[in-house]
Design a protein around this ligand. Sequence first.
Ligand code: ZN
Ligand code: ZN
Ligand code: FE
Length: 755
Amino acid sequence: MSAVLPSPRCRARARVHGVVQGVGFRPYAFRLAEELGLAGHVGNDARGVVCEVEGAPAAVDAFLARLPAETPPLAHVERVLSERVPVLGEASFTILPSAGGRPDALVSADTAPCDECLAELTDPGDRRFRYPFVNCTNCGPRFTIVRGVPYDRALTTMAGFVMCPACQAEYEDPRDRRFHAQPNACPACGPQAQLEGASSPAGTDAVAAAAELLLAGAIVAVKGVGGYHLACRADEEGAVAALRARKHREDKPFALLVPDAAAASAFVDLDEVAAALLSSPERQIVLAPRRPGAPIAASVAPGLTELGVMLPPSPLHHLLAADVGCPLVLTSGNVSDEPIAFADDDARTRLAGIADAFLVHDRPIHMRTDDSVARVVRGRPMLLRRSRGFAPGSEPLPVAARRPLLACGAELKSTFCLARGSRAWVGHHIGDLGNFETLSAFRDGIDHFEALFDVVPEVVAHDLHPDYLSTAYALGREGVERIGVQHHWAHLAACLAEHGETGRAVGAIFDGTGQGADGTSWGGELLVGDLHDYERVGHLMAVPQPGGDRAAREPWRMACAWLERSGVGEDVPAGLRDMVDPERWGVVRQMAHTGFSAPATSSMGRLFDAAAALCGVRSESRYEGQAAIELEALADPGGHGAYPIDVGRDLVLDPRPALDELMEDLSAGTPVGVVSARFHDGVAHATAAGCAAAASAAGLDLVALSGGVFQNRRLLTATASRLEALGLRVLVPSRIPPNDGGIAYGQAAIAAARG
Ligand code: ZN
Ligand code: ZN
Ligand code: FE
């Protein structure tokens, strides 16, 4: 008999909530238990991870303390509930297989390769040397390959690949980085890359061969994580111009793929925040100021002072970027405004006239996701498009939804949002809901999220605009309660909710258009509101929008409307004389005068269009907001004064004095850069004054700035600093886009608060 008394044992059960499945949480718990000499088990169920540990009380306490603190990189623990349970006398620790049930646990987003996988990718001695699909529990594809939950290989697009013995051994070993890594693969058993439309020279693999084609000036379609891209070298005007011509995308800026942050800083200025954003595992496109003289073809981003750069989002892109050794254009695989191609046959058909060759692979993409886009504003990241790397991530709602709900968003930059309790799953960017394909992507996306997160919406929120396809979709959902949410209020609510604000605030919400509560088109709004209610306390003076939507594509029409409103619109102004036919000017002026086919709008976006046209920036926009974006790019840095915009006692902003001075400056030969700067600062000053007046009238000190117009960095920065100088607190969007990509989340926050 042993002389040593058995030491006292205890047993605890811990339930872990958050993103804890498919991220290596069970092996992590296994290793921690083993290190502390504990017995017990860990398993997934439909609500997260449950583990029980048994052993010396100090070790059990250490386990519970360390469990939420040392988690694997992709895990996100929201809470751990633990309790003592009776000791069972177990001798070892085991990992239990997944159980079925309600799929409440979260599927994680697609993630760029981790450092350990990258080391293998570039190690000639490793069995995964140059393998374009290397991944582990800490990195790799997730959302784009998941067909259903629970997250297991059988329910991903990896189901068709049978692991070789070496991969299977890794998969089964809890001490291995690839324990239960569902997409685990190697050259012997996993997906293969292939170059189509060109032959790979002997001794080179498909990626190396594609790199050679690119270096020779070819356009190559590249199957990525969430869809197809089109690539060409970015330093050769001929290649970029050919891509533009074949894509029928005359002006929209292209993004660049560069191997690492050091390479990126040769082309753009990156501060610390921007560099961190660029290197983050979400791998979004980061917009940053272009370095003067950067060796990038002019037609990559015509008329703009910023470039979008991205680091490789997958191992395949790492290899390609390194093999090519120069920056590559990497832009969505589509023709003009169609959604990005992601199904192989569809891509081959649609991109056949654009790409000289296809770099493809045989791992199917289940969910299309575009690249996410962000920039740094006021020292913080601001997402402009939320998609790959973020979907299907959730954001908290400040007021929990009593019933499960769906918010359908708006029309442009469409997204949807599903919510249950205080969790809101913001769908990936779908695109402009203008055609059959985006509409079916919208429906499919909603169906997929409803299944993934087991949400059956009882409440459906939608925009007030009767013609939006998202509204039609909402009205077509049967057996639900519907709530129509005013567009600009949704923008305000999104900004408040993402910052956890439940109180009232002033909102300056500037965008291109949105259906107002009075049935007219709004877009230059001063609101006071919270998640329950809002009031329109001021707005930009309304003018007729000649030709309706056409005026958004032809900014000169808004110039004409504003001059007509000022009583000086008889003749085509000098800056537009080369661009606009006097006869058409006369017709549009008549429309503005009579209001025939010219609905009233208080849109700030359209005012920027008017200013841009008057400055001769352009008479037509080939993508949303182009004239205004180029006007911002032209603005001289620094202060040059500000044009006067009257802020009436009724908080109606009258920009006519500003437009008068703008015209005078132009005819006096003042450089457009100075005129643009004065216009921006004029709008900023008037906005700040209007917000300050609204805040003091309502007894508030909080102002939210949102809407697509606030993607204008100069306007946002100038308005915010002015407001802060007046002693007001300023909120700007960060994780939820300021443009219409943020509408669905705002609608969800409102619908939740209303119960
Ligand atoms: Zn990895
Ligand atoms: Zn293998
Ligand atoms: Fe909007």
